[in-house]
Design a protein around this ligand. Structure first.
Ligand code: PMP
Length: 379
């Protein structure tokens, strides 16, 4: 099998899985319980939370555990909007967000919020002048994805934050950092709120986090008991938190070394795919090397994906979470419906080998030639 869909999800790291199993087996108490079993679980959970907050240099209370980045995005966008209704009802998002963000803004629009979409250039970089122009006195929130899941386009969040705060110091910045964490350095201090998910960083499925700066007001969306996770009450999933802490630690070490290795693999693929007349490279110079997006000009991406699958090669069309025919990110970058309607995403990892890349290129050629031949015969 050649798995090149690491941005959809990652296989769980064995050490992470072991810590999940160990904490499930040995720490069965509810951390909200007052007896010794509860106290033992709580101590383990607190040390995991401390490890996470130390990694990001934030307060323990600034981390909320969720069930994944979709929930974190919901909490951030809806919670902040509801808490700041008195100040305004205007929200700005980029055209390179994850589909979950657009579902949330659709909902916010339906309850009276006004949404603006900031432009970007052909590389996918946010148009700073447009952003400046869009910010108003009633702009309560800007949400900009750190790394776009389809094209790997990475935004300079620190600079974006400076622009926003200069125009309106009250406007908050949220960033969906799901595709950035574990691939490139992330700094929670560049933003007011950030979303992340464990299953993208070789952690278990079912846990994510929301970073919220302590000064940020947010209306809870869920109500219940338990004092650890105020925004997501109930019994905290201690083994998931412990496993997430381990996944974060492992995924944020050796970032440079891993990125350099992945860039070499990416360069090799790009070099080869450039030879095909019917292939366009969509990832730009500001894309991280882990995500390579291409357009197939004369073939259906879905047919291509399934033809690769016959050789046990796994890639994506849009993101795994999008049912849309057209890639919103590629459309936002190139404004070309044809280019955006047949895209493939090849996503790489430090676990990808040169041998896998060579084999992928071979299978790509075979599938491309087969589908081109079939198409010619149909004409
Ligand atoms: N945001 C981004 C940028 C993503 O790539 C994903 C996963 N495809 C999500 C949010 C949703 O994450 P989760 O599956 O943890 O809800």
């Amino acid at each position: 099998m050649i798995y090149l869909d690491y941005s959809a999800t990652t296989p769980v790291n064995y050490e992470v899985l072991e810590s999940y199993i160990r904490s499930t087996r040995d720490f069965s108490g509810n951390p909200n319980s007052l007896h010794s079993l509860g106290v033992k679980s709580k101590a383990l959970m607190n040390s995991a939370i401390k490890q996470i907050s130390d990694t990001f240099n934030v307060l323990e209370s600034e981390i909320t555990f969720t069930n994944g980045a979709t929930m974190s995005n919901n909490l951030a966008l809806i919670g902040v909007s509801l808490a700041n209704m008195q100040q305004g009802n205007h929200i700005i998002v980029s055209k390179l967000e994850h589909p979950s963000v657009y579902e949330i803004t659709k909902y916010l629009e339906s309850i009276g919020f006004e949404i603006s979409y900031v432009d970007n250039n052909e590389d996918g970089l946010i148009d700073f002048d447009d952003l400046k122009k869009l910010i108003r006195e009633d702009t309560i929130l800007v949400s900009i994805c750190a790394v776009n899941s389809e094209t790997g386009v990475r935004q300079p969040l620190k600079m974006i934050r400076q622009i926003i705060k200069k125009e309106n110091s009250q406007t908050l910045l949220h960033s969906d950092m799901t595709q950035a964490l574990g691939k490139v350095p992330v700094n929670f201090h560049d933003v007011d709120l950030a979303s992340a998910s464990a299953h993208k960083i070789y952690g278990p499925k079912g846990i994510g986090l929301l970073y919220k700066n302590s000064r940020v007001a947010l209306t809870p969306l869920l109500y219940g008991s338990g004092h650890v996770n105020l925004l997501n009450p109930g019994t905290p999933p201690v083994p998931l938190i412990v496993a997430f802490a381990k996944a974060i630690r492992l995924a944020t070490t050796d970032l440079d070394k891993r990125e350099n290795f992945i860039r070499r693999l990416n360069d090799k693929i790009v070099e080869d795919l450039k030879k095909y007349d019917g292939v366009l490279i969509n990832s730009s110079k500001i894309s991280i090397p882990h995500i390579l997006n291409i357009s197939l000009l004369s073939m259906k991406a879905e047919t291509f994906l399934h033809a690769l699958e016959e050789h046990e090669v796994y890639v994506s069309t849009n993101t795994a979470c999008s049912s849309k025919e057209i890639s919103t990110a590629v459309m936002a970058m190139y404004h070309d419906p044809k280019r955006a309607s047949s895209t493939l995403r090849i996503s790489l990892s430090h676990l990808t080998t040169t041998d896998e890349v060579n084999k992928f290129l071979l299978y790509f050629k075979m599938v491309y030639e087969k589908l081109s031949f079939m198409k010619k015969n149909e004409e």
